[in-house]
Design a protein around this ligand. Structure first.
Ligand code: C2E
Ligand code: CA
Ligand code: CA
Length: 635
C-alpha cells in the first residue's frame, strides 16, 4: 500500500509535539506524521514527499506563523494538491483569515486553539475517511474513464478494420488497384450517365500482357508479382486522375476513360501504354521489356450493361492478339463472330478430349539410301462434329495457350504407342519401325512427364528406343538445367529426341551437344527452296555437315519432288519425309503399307508411274542415283 503522511505545521514546537501525541493513534492505521516548524519548511517537505509519490491526505497547520501565514501556505499546497484536505488551527479566531483560507485553499475545517482532544481526533478521523472515499471515487472515475477510452479505441479500431475490409473487397491485394467489382460498379454508373445525355462519350480499354507467362515460368512468381506491381504503377501514370485503372486478375487490366471528346483520346492512351511497357523494367537485376494487346471499345448509348462493354473490350483485345500482339484494336462487330468462334474452339477442345474426337494420322519416314520405310510420325487430327476436320495448326496453338495440350499430348503419346505395339504384334517384320511424336514445350515442363512416359511404355509394351520425341528449338530455351534433367530422365528409358523444324528457331547451336539429341529435322521451308535458291541449297548442306560433325542423324522434312530427295541423299542426309513419300494417313491406310511393303526406289530410267518396275530397281545405277520416284499403294 502507498505510504500516507499527515503533515503538521506550527512555529511552536510544543504545539507540534502535542499534536503528534494526540494523533498517535493514526500510526496504527498505516499513516505517519511529519512535522514542520515553518511554512517554508512545510513546502520543502511537501515537495519532497510528493516527489517520492507519497500520498498526503491531510495537512494541519497553524494560522499565525512568521513570514508565511497558515492561509498562504495552504493556498500554495492547494495549488499543488487540491485533493489534500486542510485543517487550520487558529488562535484568535479571525473570521477574515478563515474566509480567505476557505476561498483560496478550500479549507476543510478550522479548529480553535486550545482545542478539545476528542474533537481533534474526531475531526481528523472524519477527514481521513472522507479523503479515502474521495480517492476511491476518483480512482473509480479514473477506471471508468480508462474503460471509456478503451471502448472508444476499440470502436475506432473496428471502424478501421471495417474500412479495410470494404477497401479490400474492392481492391486487388497485389497491386492495390481497384478490382473487377469496383470497376464494374463505376462502369455501370458511366453507362447510366451516357444513357441520360446522348453526347457523353467514354471508352473502355482491356489490356492483356503478352507472354507474361514466360516471365512467371522462367523467373518465378516473386519476380512475376513485382512485374505486375511495377506495371500497375506505370499504368496509373499514363492516366488522368479521373480515369480508372483496375486489375481484372492475372495479367489483365482495364481502364475506364470517362467524358472523352473523341475516340482518338483512347488511342492516345493506348499508345502511351504501349510505349511505357516497352521501356525496360529492372526487377531484381532482371531487365524486362513487355508488351500488351489492348482492346478498345467506345461507349455508346447502345450498351445498357457494363458487363457487355467489358466483354466486347475483351473480344477486341483478342483481335489485337490475333493481329500479332503488341498493339491495340478497336472492337469491330464483324470480327465479333470470328473471335467468338475462337473462344468456342477453346471450350470445344476440352470437350473433344472427353468425346474422343481426336485421331492420329501417320506419315512415313524413309531411309534415303535404301528407300525403306523406317518410321512413322504421328500427327494429330480433330474431327469436329459441326466444323468437320480441323488442322493441327489451327488448334494446337489454342491448346497450348489454354493448357489443354497437356492432356491432349498425353493422349497422343499413349495412342501412338498403343497403335505401334499393335502393328508390331500383327506384323513382326516391322518390329524396328520407330514412331515419332511431337512434344509441346508445355508438356516438357510438366514435372511428371518422365513418369508418364515410363507408365505409357509399360502399359503399351513399346520399347523405349522405338519412340522418338520431336522438340522444337524454342522449347529448349530457358532453364537449361531443368530441361537437361528432364531430357536425361527420359533418355534413360532409351527414348530418343529429335529437333523439329530445325533452322527456324533461335538457331543457337550451343545447346546441341549438351542435350541427348539423336537427330535434326531440317525444316520444310529450306527443303522446298533448296533447288531453286542458292542460299537454301547451302543452308541445307551446312545443316547436314553440322549434324554429322556432332554425331547426329538428319531427317529432311517436306520432300515433295524426286529431285529434292536425290539432292538430299547426295548430301548424305539419312532420312526423308514428305508428300513425295506419302502424306499423313489414317491408321487403316498406314496398315496397308505395312501389309504390302513397298519401297521407294532410286532410278532414272524407269517410268515413275510404273510401280512394278520399282521393285526391280532397288540398286542404284551409275548416273541415275539422284532420281527417285514413289511407288505408293495408297493413292
Ligand atoms: P510438324 O511436326 O513439322 O509436322 C509436319 C507437318 O508438315 C504436318 O502438318 C505434315 O502434314 C506436313 N507435311 C509433311 N510433309 C509435307 C510436304 O511434303 N509438304 C507440305 N506442304 N507439308 C508437309 P500437320 O499434320 O498439319 O501438322 C502441323 C503441325 O502441327 C506439326 O508440324 C506439329 O508442329 C503440330 N502437331 C501435329 N500433331 C501434333 C501433336 O500430336 N502434338 C503437338 N504438340 N503438335 C502436333
Ligand atoms: Ca514434327
Ligand atoms: Ca517439323
Amino acid at each position: 500500500m502507498r505510504k500516507r503522511v499527515i503533515l503538521c505545521i506550527d512555529d511552536e514546537r510544543m504545539v507540534l509535539f502535542s499534536l503528534r501525541d494526540q494523533l498517535s493513534w493514526i500510526l496504527k492505521e498505516g499513516y505517519s506524521i511529519e512535522l514542520a516548524e515553518s511554512g517554508e519548511e512545510a513546502l520543502d517537505l511537501f515537495a519532497e514527499l510528493t516527489a517520492e509519490s507519497i500520498d498526503i491526505p491531510l495537512v494541519i497547520c497553524d494560522q499565525i506563523m512568521p513570514r508565511m501565514s497558515g492561509s498562504e501556505l495552504l493556498t500554495q499546497i492547494h495549488r499543488q494538491s487540491p485533493k489534500t484536505l486542510k485543517i487550520m488551527l487558529t488562535g484568535m479566531a479571525s473570521f477574515e483569515d478563515v474566509v480567505q483560507a476557505v476561498n483560496h485553499a478550500s479549507l476543510y475545517r478550522y479548529i480553535t486553539k486550545p482545542w478539545d482532544k476528542t474533537d481533534l481526533s474526531l475531526t481528523v478521523r472524519e477527514a481521513l475517511r472522507r479523503y479515502e472515499q474521495e480517492t476511491q471515487v476518483a480512482n473509480q472515475n479514473c477506471i471508468l474513464q480508462q474503460m471509456n477510452a478503451d471502448l472508444e479505441r476499440e470502436i475506432a479500431e473496428r471502424h478501421l478494420v471495417e474500412a479495410k475490409l470494404a477497401h479490400d473487397a474492392l481492391h486487388d491485394a497485389l497491386t492495390g488497384l481497384p478490382n473487377r467489382v469496383l470497376f464494374l460498379n463505376r462502369l455501370e454508373q458511366t453507362v447510366q450517365t451516357a444513357q441520360e445525355s446522348s453526347d457523353y462519350q467514354f471508352a473502355v480499354l482491356f489490356i492483356d500482357l503478352d507472354r507474361f507467362k514466360i516471365v512467371n515460368d522462367s523467373l518465378g512468381h516473386t519476380v512475376g508479382d513485382e512485374f505486375l506491381k511495377a506495371i500497375a504503377q506505370r499504368l496509373r501514370h499514363c492516366l488522368r486522375p479521373a480515369d480508372l485503372v483496375a486489375r481484372m486478375g492475372g495479367d489483365e487490366f482495364t481502364i475506364l476513360l470517362e467524358n472523352i471528346d473523341s475516340a482518338s483520346e483512347a488511342t492516345q492512351v493506348s499508345d502511351r501504354i504501349l510505349t511505357m511497357l516497352s521501356n525496360p523494367f529492372n526487377l531484381e537485376g532482371h531487365i524486362l521489356v513487355s508488351s500488351a494487346s489492348i482492346g478498345i471499345i467506345i461507349g455508346s448509348d447502345q450498351y445498357q450493361r457494363g458487363a457487355d462493354l467489358l466483354r466486347d473490350a475483351d473480344l477486341a483485345m483478342y483481335q489485337a492478339k490475333a493481329c500479332g500482339k503488341a498493339r491495340a484494336a478497336f472492337f469491330n462487330p464483324d470480327l465479333h463472330a470470328q473471335t467468338l468462334a475462337l473462344l468456342t474452339l477453346e471450350s470445344d477442345l476440352r470437350q473433344a478430349l472427353i468425346q474422343q474426337e481426336f485421331v492420329l494420322h501417320y506419315q512415313p519416314i524413309v531411309a534415303l539410301t535404301t528407300g525403306q520405310l523406317v518410321g512413322l510420325e504421328a500427327l494429330v487430327r480433330w474431327q469436329h462434329p459441326q466444323r468437320g476436320f480441323i488442322a493441327p495448326n489451327e488448334f494446337i496453338p489454342v491448346a497450348e495457350e489454354t493448357g489443354v495440350i497437356i492432356a491432349l499430348g498425353e493422349w497422343v503419346l499413349r495412342e501412338a504407342c498403343r497403335q505401334l505395339r499393335l502393328w508390331y504384334q500383327a506384323f513382326p517384320e516391322w518390329g524396328n519401325l520407330s514412331v515419332s511424336v511431337n512434344l509441346s514445350g508445355k508438356q516438357l515442363r510438366e514435372p511428371d512427364l518422365t513418369a508418364q512416359l515410363a507408365q505409357i511404355l509399360k502399359e503399351t509394351g513399346l520399347e523405349g528406343q522405338l519412340l522418338k520425341l520431336e522438340l522444337t528449338e524454342s522449347v529448349l530455351i530457358g532453364d537449361a538445367e531443368a530441361i537437361l534433367q528432364t531430357l536425361a530422365g527420359i533418355h534413360a528409358q532409351k527414348i530418343q529426341f529429335s529437333i523439329d523444324d530445325f533452322g527456324t528457331g533461335y538457331s543457337s547451336l550451343s545447346y546441341l551437344p549438351r542435350f541427348p539429341i539423336s537427330a535434326l529435322k531440317i525444316d520444310r521451308s529450306f527443303v522446298s527452296q533448296m533447288l531453286t535458291d542458292a542460299d537454301n541449297f547451302e543452308i541445307v548442306k551446312a545443316i547436314i555437315t553440322l549434324a554429322h560433325s556432332l554425331g547426329l542423324q538428319v531427317v529432311a522434312e517436306g520432300i515433295e519432288t524426286p529431285e529434292q530427295a536425290a539432292q538430299l541423299r547426295a548430301f548424305g542426309c539419312e532420312f526423308g519425309q514428305g508428300y513425295f513419300f506419302g502424306r499423313p494417313m489414317d491408321s487403316a491406310a498406314t496398315e496397308q503399307i505395312l501389309i504390302t511393303p513397298i519401297g521407294w526406289q532410286m532410278s532414272v530410267d524407269i517410268d515413275p508411274s510404273c510401280p512394278k518396275n520399282a521393285q526391280e530397281n532397288t540398286n542404284e545405277r551409275k548416273g541415275t542415283e539422284y532420281r527417285l520416284f514413289m511407288c505408293s499403294p495408297v493413292d
